[in-house]
Design a protein around this ligand. Structure first.
Ligand SMILES: Nc1ncnc2c1ncn2[C@@H]1O[C@H](COP(=O)(O)OP(=O)(O)O)[C@@H](O)[C@H]1O
Ligand SMILES: [Mg+2]
Length: 167
């Protein structure tokens, strides 16, 4: 049986971690937080309010792609969070990995900003949202996966994800 690796993507504050954790729990799939794969230097940079460059992101993305490969080889369904803002980043994640389906969670800028201002204990300051939005290349119809509005209650967004997966 071919497996599925859901890569829950979108800008910081779109709700990736919240939704992905609940999807993994509901389906009993392996979960990984993409932020945890950043080298310490990247975390420090973001914490200081500096956007990451492509050069900063390649090693991180390669580590995530390796993780996807390990799950595929083990025959495990999995859920991973990763902002995956650019098409080229997504190409790195899904090339050679037929299990990958991106789920692009969107929300209005106003909603995202409010969430980021209220979120506690996270290194990504709300001030980085502008650069995230400027960098974002939305998921395209010819890429694997789908786009979903993430403005609703978390469990409703999770319902939508599971429904789209079944379809
Ligand atoms: N659907 C939602 N409705 C209301 N609040 C949400 C929703 N999704 C996430 N949040 C809240 O918004 C903040 C950002 O969500 P988070 O999952 O950390 O986003 P991301 O992982 O994309 O940066 C968190 O404080 C989270 O509790
Ligand atoms: Mg997150």
């Amino acid at each position: 049986m071919p497996t599925v690796t859901l890569v829950v993507m979108g800008v910081s504050g779109s709700g990736k971690t919240t939704v992905a954790q609940r999807v993994a729990e509901r389906l009993g799939w392996v979960f990984a937080e993409g932020d945890d794969f950043h080298p310490a230097a990247n975390v420090a940079k973001m914490h200081a309010g500096h956007p990451l460059t492509d050069e900063d992101r390649w090693p991180w993305l390669r580590a995530l792609a390796d993780w996807i490969g390990v799950r595929e080889a083990a025959g495990e369904n999995a859920v991973l969070t990763c902002s995956a803002l650019k098409r080229s980043y997504r190409a790195l994640l899904d090339s050679g990995h037929p299990s990958v389906r991106f789920v692009h969670i969107t929300a209005s800028e106003e909603t995202i900003r409010r969430r980021l201002e209220q979120r506690q204990g996270h290194y990504m300051p709300a001030s980085l949202l502008d650069s995230q939005l400027a960098t974002l290349e939305p998921l395209q119809p010819d890429e694997p996966g789908f786009t979903l509005p993430g403005d609703g209650e978390p469990d409703d967004v999770v319902d939508d994800v599971v429904r789209r997966l079944d379809a």
